[in-house]
Design a protein around this ligand. Sequence first.
Ligand code: GTP
Ligand code: MG
Length: 200
Amino acid sequence: MLNTQNTVLAMTAGLPTQFPSDGLAQVALSGRSNVGKSSLINTVLGRKNFARVSSAPGKTITINFFKIDKKIYLVDLPGYGYAKRNAEEQKKFSGLTDTYLRKSTPGLIIQLVDLKAGATADDRMMFDFMNQSGIPYVIAATKCDKLNKTDRAAHLKALAEDPLLNPPEAGKKIDIIPFSSLTGEGKTDILALLSSIAEK
Ligand code: GTP
Ligand code: MG
């Protein structure tokens, strides 16, 4: 198992030259702004405010590399789909993420989707990109505490039936992990995933 107590923010990268190149496995977190990426990191690491939870969404245009137990990087990508970014910020933002995904090629992407809101057009562009790239990925369906039992089941079903999450290329359904940083649901599943990538 990974000792999550031993986690450091190894790098805050605003430029591709700052991406770690030590060959350690990397798991990237992708999702729109405000979907709960930083909260997921804090929950999974059992820290209160390690990754900053944003009150001003879409501010960060850096990629944060959290090194866990000297074995694996958990990579916090900047959130996409933030409307209030100006054109220049938007370009800088997507350029950095694009370069990261092409050059560093993480061993796994955890793609966050707000379960109540469902997959957005931008989320589905990411699904398509990941299907094309062949990078393995799972979906973390976030903020699942916000839905009652009936709605939760309906929203999970709708997500599971998205054709992009049943890609013929993969030959199987993409896994969906219900997650809540409020209740801690899904935490052990995410930890198990990280461990499996780290031990590879
Ligand atoms: P950016 O860094 O701007 O891309 O956002 P982010 O994806 O890191 O989201 P963040 O973790 O900062 O959370 C955004 C807001 O959603 C905060 O107000 C959180 O408190 C709230 N939130 C995050 N996760 C959950 C959850 O599981 N349940 C509920 N109810 N609220 C959540
Ligand atoms: Mg964040």
